[in-house]
Ligand binder design. Sequence first.
Ligand code: INI
Length: 153
Amino acid sequence: MSDQQQKWTSADARGLKVAVVVARFNGDVTEKLLASARRALDQSGATADVFRVPGAFELPLAAKILAHTHAYHAIVALGAVIRGDTPHFDYVAGEAARGLQQVALETGLPVAFGVLTTETLVQAEARVDKGFDAVMTAIEMARFGRAIAEGAR
Ligand code: INI
């Protein structure tokens, strides 16, 4: 367990439901991100539904559709954008980040950015445990929203 993951071990998410959206592009990496995310879900006690989309570019629309169901306390978006030698990278990575933040700000629902943006596949493989952190971030923000709402009543 990394130092970062140690930090999250006390997160209690019982009663919280999370939507996890996974990009199929670079699926060898994104399925490992999902496995890491599942460890955090199991550890925290959150329940989750998992959805898949073609690539990272599609994550924001999926997040928006899921947010509008009002069925979830948070959304976790998982993807891997690897530069390789294509300029496509900048558009896909940039729009995924911008779009996911836009969904969070417009809907008020926590949306965790679990999208790896790396130069190489090797770098991405070294970061697949970020799925864990993305789930814990989403849970912390969902609890933040709950605490503020309860305090305001
Ligand atoms: N999608 C990714 O998730 N990662 C990538 O590295 C990637 N690259 O490099 O092209 C990628 N492209 C597909 C994109 O997400 C869309 O699915 C596609 O453009 C159709 O909208």
